[in-house]
Design a protein around this ligand. Structure first.
Ligand code: XMP
Length: 504
């Protein structure tokens, strides 16, 4: 397979994903992987990723230069190209002009295996501050843009290839074609890997990492932890125990559904609703609410750990977008994300994350291939702090009940129209203001429910969904008619950014 050496770009996993989409197995490893460790993996091709640093910065990520003389077909992308140039005595300099976004690239050679089927001029997506101004000895320049003299270069004799642009993003015309050219023409790989192969590989990995001991998994009700649990259960059988902490903030029917999905798993549902509601009493600040829930979750987990089988290893359903959100050195905290998986180190476990490199849709495919129920696999993302972040202001049992009922109606109506797979998330939010209404000649003074439905690929950006007005009408009618104390329904037409998906 292919080894991607990671130099820290936020969207590096897109490279891995494109390679997998081309049916070639791909693994991402730290850029500074030791030579022996790399050799042991016997990669058939190597990709050096992009990254936010400049090769001139002190402490900029680097790699063992001997990797470049192994004769393994190697493709440097962006920072990966600059690093290759620096290590092989080419010239890198800060560009006079930062190049960002769509750019016209022109090929300088009539034919190169890297650019088969790619027109002489094509649009590529650039994002760099430095550039290579002198190719290393033995290299030939393959392409340029108006501001970047060397947009692609290669030394076929040493099997080293490099591009300054980002082939992994959709804005680059022929980007996937170039990657496929690299995989199949340059590196001569055979497209044989199937997503289903991920399953035996992940099972073997879990067995290896857990060894002879026992493991624990915390289920959240979400897809990711459920799929991780199903994999771990396959791998470990009775050596896996699971806990599900019921914080009283779950959606209607959620706990029952999870329990039903795992009939043979040693699953302990731990009811801590009283503790969570006590801790949340009188708290209105969104970040304070999130922190309290995170803290109480850890306390509940510590408690549960003593009752649910002695384990040394914790399996977590961390998926790739979580890795970006929490790992990005440049990322700012917008919200304290609380992943039911995101327990601090002091919990004292070895952590195993079998889904770490997958995107949500890939996780769903794994779940389907494992034969998990559709109701779990197609469940929309749900925040770790649960319905608490969908109640603006203080969280009380009464308000949770209101928003839970409204949420159930939204989900029913979305499902009834077969929309739940097409929509990233559709849900209800309860506000802490009241407004005047009239029902059956009576004045009412009740709460508004906000209906929110968004489309997204990864939760990082989102667009509001143009729901059919008839559907909105049905939602308003049912929510006001069936949920006590609600007399108004409004629809949220804010995208992310500037809004976030959840209200808190
Ligand atoms: P925001 O509201 O930040 O949400 O736009 C982005 C995505 O993340 C989900 N979300 C969370 N997921 N723990 C989670 O596991 C959290 O604390 C959390 N907060 C928000 C949200 O539902 C959306 O899919």
């Amino acid at each position: 397979g292919v080894l991607v050496l990671d130099f820290g770009a936020q969207y590096n996993q897109l490279i891995a994903r494109r390679v997998r989409e081309a049916h070639v197995f791909c693994e991402v490893v730290p850029g500074d992987i030791a030579l022996d460790e790399l050799k042991a993996k016997q990669p058939q091709a190597i990709i050096l990723s992009g990254g936010p640093a400049s090769v001139f910065e002190p402490g900029a990520p680097t790699m063992d230069p001997r990797i470049l003389s192994l004769g393994i077909p190697t493709l440097g992308i962006c920072y990966g190209m600059q690093l290759m140039a620096k290590l092989l005595e080419g010239g890198v300099e800060p560009a006079a002009q930062r190049e960002y976004g769509r750019t016209m690239m022109e090929l300088d050679v009539d034919s190169s295996p890297l650019f088969t089927h790619i027109p002489a001029q094509s649009t590529v997506w650039m994002s760099h501050g430095d550039h290579v101004f002198r190719a290393p000895p033995g290299f030939r320049v393959l392409a340029h843009t108006a501001t970047t003299p060397i947009a692609a270069m290669a030394d076929p004799a040493r099997n080293l290839w490099a591009v300054q642009y980002h082939p992994e993003v959709r804005h680059t015309e022929g980007g996937f074609q170039m990657l496929e050219n690299f995989l199949f023409d340059v590196a001569q790989l055979t497209p044989s890997w199937e997503p289903a192969q991920f399953i035996p590989e992940a099972i073997a990995q879990i067995q290896r990492e857990v060894g002879a001991g026992r493991a624990l998994i915390a289920l959240s009700g979400g897809v990711d932890s459920a799929v991780a649990a199903a994999l771990a259960h396959e791998a470990l059988g009775p050596r896996l125990s699971a806990i599900l902490i019921d914080h009283g903030l779950m959606r209607a029917g959620e706990i029952e559904e999870v329990v039903r999905a795992f009939p043979t798993l040693d699953l302990h549902v731990i009811n801590r609703a009283d503790v969570f509601f006590d801790a949340l009493k009188g708290v209105t600040d969104p970040e304070a609410k999130r922190k309290i829930i995170g803290r109480e979750f850890i306390a509940a987990f510590e408690y549960a750990k003593r009752t649910a089988g002695h384990a040394d290893v914790l399996i977590q359903g961390t998926v790739y977008p979580d890795v970006i959100e929490s790992g990005g050195k440049n990322a700012r905290t917008i919200k304290s994300h609380h992943n039911v998986g995101g327990l601090p180190e002091e919990v004292g476990f070895t952590i195993v994350e079998p889904l770490r490199w997958l995107f949500k849709d890939e996780v769903r495919n794994v779940g389907l291939a494992l034969g998990m129920p559709q109701s779990i696999v197609w469940r929309q993302p749900f925040p770790g702090p649960g319905l608490a972040v969908r109640i603006v202001g203080e969280v009380t049992r009464e308000k949770v009940e209101i928003v839970r009922q409204a949420d159930a109606i939204v989900r029913q109506e979305i499902e009834a129209r077969g929309l739940q797979r097409a929509i990233w998330q559709a849900f209800a939010v309860l506000l802490d203001v009241r407004s005047v209404g009239v029902m059956g000649d009576q004045r009412t003074y009740g709460y508004p429910i906000v209906v929110r439905a968004v489309q997204s690929d990864d939760g990082m950006t989102a667009d509001w969904v143009r729901l059919d007005p008839d559907l909105l009408e049905t939602l308003a009618h049912r929510i006001i008619g069936e949920v006590p104390n609600v007399n108004r329904v409004v629809y949220d037409v804010t995208s992310k950014p500037p809004g976030t998906i959840e209200w808190e």
